[in-house]
Ligand binder design. Sequence first.
Ligand SMILES: Nc1ncnc2c1ncn2[C@@H]1O[C@H](COP(=O)(O)OP(=O)(O)O)[C@@H](O)[C@H]1O
Ligand SMILES: [Mg+2]
Length: 368
Amino acid sequence: MSLHDDFKPVIAVLTMHDNQRGFRGNHQNFLDIIQTGESMGYQVYIVTVRDLDVTGPTVMGYTYNKGSGKWTSQSFPLPHVLYNRIPYREDERKPSVQRKIEECKQAGIELYNPFFFNKWDLFEWLKKSKSTQRLIPHTRRMRSASTLGMVLRTFPYLYLKPESGKAGKGIMMLKFQEKERLPFRLKIQSSRKSTTYKAATLAKLWTRIRRETGHTPYIMQQGIELASSRKRPFDLRVLVQKNGKGQWSVTGIGARLAGSRSITTHVPRGGSVEDPEQLLTELFGEETTAALMKRVKSTSLMIARQVERGSGHTLGEMSMDLGIDDLGEIWFFEANAKPMKFDEPQIRKRSLERIFQYSAYLARQSKR
Ligand SMILES: Nc1ncnc2c1ncn2[C@@H]1O[C@H](COP(=O)(O)OP(=O)(O)O)[C@@H](O)[C@H]1O
Ligand SMILES: [Mg+2]
């Protein structure tokens, strides 16, 4: 094998076996990954944790057969780089899966995307650096009615979110309006709309919250008055990936405008895909928007570096949700270790190419 910069490593996308579908995860996404990699001259295949035997020399993997339009299984050389796309936290947590990932590292296979993030950990990591501290809304773990009551006194507008949540699942919004007869207002997000519950006392409110959360760990977070357009709040989705030089770089920035009856901006919940520059220009004018977009970029890179430092692992990509308030201040809501597909075609295309550019870098690094 050559050590030249044009060396093309073998890349395997790691996921879980599935009895019905062969393997878990978004098959269309995996197909896009394979086709991009192949068009760039890489050998790429899908491998399940079950099939990945690092003692080699070959492993069974899946590839897509264009002629039949089906996924077919065949034998492949062991990968240099393993792109982790195990889709569920419950799967990734399993000791058998963790053991397999460890074996791969021992065998010298480079792991791209070590694990899912937890929302609470992210805030802990970002709190540790002066540069990122000021970006995070006040956040606490939600453990008792009394701590909730205390936080509400300082921050009468809160978001309650599951630590391991995604796609808006389980999110609630809470307002405390002292002068009202029923001062506690809780908005609970269901699939596309949200329902409001009003309570007279903290005890009643807590009972209702617990009915929603069960024993799932939650965080409570200062609510940010998001900038809005057509009376709907919006936020930014930033994709940050390492490039072919192993440096963090912004792949693209999108915007999501909340659905009219939703407390989040997710598209499956009625939100819409928008152009960030256009939305921001409506509010702040052209000049401020240009400066703000620059600040969003540099801030995202700062966040990525600090998340990586905090996690104690080498990371390769993450998407983040950032809010912009009425004053043009940037707020961090969350980062996802395994970004979902971006709807914007330009961002999408670039994001797929980056996976291979960074994989090539990783493989070169590990050889030296
Ligand atoms: N503290 C907050 N203040 C205002 N809006 C928030 C806050 N936290 C979340 N949101 C809104 O809810 C959305 C979902 O929150 P997020 O933390 O990204 O959870 P999920 O993992 O479910 O996507 C955000 O994109 C944002 O629109
Ligand atoms: Mg989110």
